[in-house]
Design a protein around this ligand. Structure first.
Ligand code: ZN
Ligand code: ZN
Length: 408
């Protein structure tokens, strides 16, 4: 059964995730423990006509040891050739499948400032790469793969073997791999998301007002914002699905138009370090105060990455009643948790969410209120108690979310 599901999962990543084209090169970024899936993905890529499959294996334990032992100058200096190597393929049209399988607690013994130094170095080295991702200039998708540390964190009462099996089970459910024809199921789901997008884009709300326990927030949306979700259309007009699974529709908030308080509803696993029960106060878009019961220092480091990390770059809607949310599991993994819950992101905005973004100058972006930053980190705010009211440009009020779900 596992083998059959793994094969369907790989198929989904190749066909719906990046939509591999004949003659295309595919880069697979894969942790070493994922080799059975990685080999299956490779096989599927060649089956649909890929020219070459470049697998880049990694091992987070090696990086963990580096972070514990190397001097600062080593972690401050991310090897640019690594990014350049990838960029050469990407510029020639390669697509990327990113398999993630993180141990959520691995880095808990690393000093937060060491992690911050490395993250900043990676972000700086990957500037062009990020522009390709944010600008829709490359087809990419992320899929997850369980490991014992992750699975036992999600299912603390189970043995490692049982926990991994349960996590796979839930991953196969959330990615609709348990359907007879997952590719078909995703086509239907993507159509449903498109209906929501159509409504939100027609209304083109001026403002959304969030209310929930600990949350009372006004979020202005910039002129020319576009709601996107499900599949994305790349700059060459093809469709791809960046996140597998995905349940969200999202756009950009106006950088300087966020005011009030906002409380998290799920823990945030940031670069293998946990932040929990946190809240923000915003004034004219800027985080002017914040608290965290767990991981205050990590949150502080994240917010202080640069100027842009004091502002929001994404606003996303996910119904409380949806497949991942209904598992009632905290996955300690953003790919899953963000698709279980309404969320925002600290940091960089997706330019795809703004009309004619490629033609905007830095001045334009500033005027419209599009945030940029070295970082982009999602955090969850959805619950059965969340209500969202939309205000249109003509002042009409329309309930968007009621008790955690779509109100229309
Ligand atoms: Zn999101
Ligand atoms: Zn995001």
């Amino acid at each position: 059964m596992y083998k059959k599901n793994l094969s369907k999962y790989a198929d989904l990543a190749v066909k719906i995730g990046i939509g591999v084209k004949k003659g295309q090169t595919v880069i697979v970024k894969a942790p070493i423990n994922t080799f059975d899936l990685t080999r299956e993905v490779t096989k599927k890529c060649y089956e649909v006509g890929a020219k070459d499959v470049i697998v880049e294996y990694s091992d987070e334990e090696i990086n963990h040891q580096r972070l514990l032992n190397s001097p600062d100058e080593v972690i401050k200096d991310y090897p640019k050739w690594k990014i350049d190597g990838l960029m050469n393929y990407i510029k020639e049209g390669a697509a990327i499948i990113n398999i993630v399988s993180s141990n959520p607690d691995l880095m808990s013994d690393v000093a937060p400032n060491r992690l911050a130094i490395q993250n900043k170095a990676i972000s700086q080295a990957a500037k062009e790469y990020r522009e390709y991702i944010l600008g829709g200039k490359v087809h990419w998708t992320i899929i997850a793969y369980p490991n014992e540390s992750w699975a036992t964190k999600v299912f603390p009462g189970s043995s490692p073997d049982e926990a991994v099996e349960k996590l796979w089970d839930n991953i196969f459910k959330a990615t609709r791999v348990d359907h007879e024809d997952p590719v078909k199921a995703w086509e239907v789901h993507i159509n449903n998301l498109n209906e929501r997008l159509k409504f939100l884009n027609e209304k083109s709300f001026k403002k959304l007002i969030y209310t929930a326990p600990g949350t009372n927030l006004e979020v202005e949306l910039p002129q020319g914002h576009i709601w996107i979700g499900g599949s994305q259309t790349s700059s060459n007009g093809d469709k791809f699905l960046p996140n597998l699974p995905t349940e969200e529709v999202f756009t950009v908030p106006k950088k300087t138009g966020v005011n009030g308080t906002l409380r998290s509803t799920k823990p945030l696993n940031y670069k293998s370090s946990l932040i929990d029960n946190f809240e923000f106060t915003f004034k004219d878009g800027k985080i002017v105060d914040f608290k965290a019961e767990t991981g205050y220092e990590t949150l502080k480091n994240l917010i202080e990455t640069d100027e842009g990390s004091h502002f929001l770059g994404e606003i996303a809607l996910v119904p409380h009643n949806s497949p991942i949310s209904n598992t009632n599991i905290i996955f300690y993994n953003t790919l899953y948790d963000e698709n279980a819950s309404c969320h925002f992101a600290i940091g960089s905005a997706y330019l795809l969410c703004i009309e004619n973004a490629s033609r905007l100058t830095e001045e334009d972006k500033k005027r419209i209120g599009i945030n940029s930053s070295l970082t982009h980190v999602d955090f969850m705010v959805g619950s059965a108690k969340l209500n969202i009211l939309g205000i249109t440009n003509s002042g009409e009020e329309i309930q968007v979310f009621k008790d955690g779900n779509w109100a229309f």
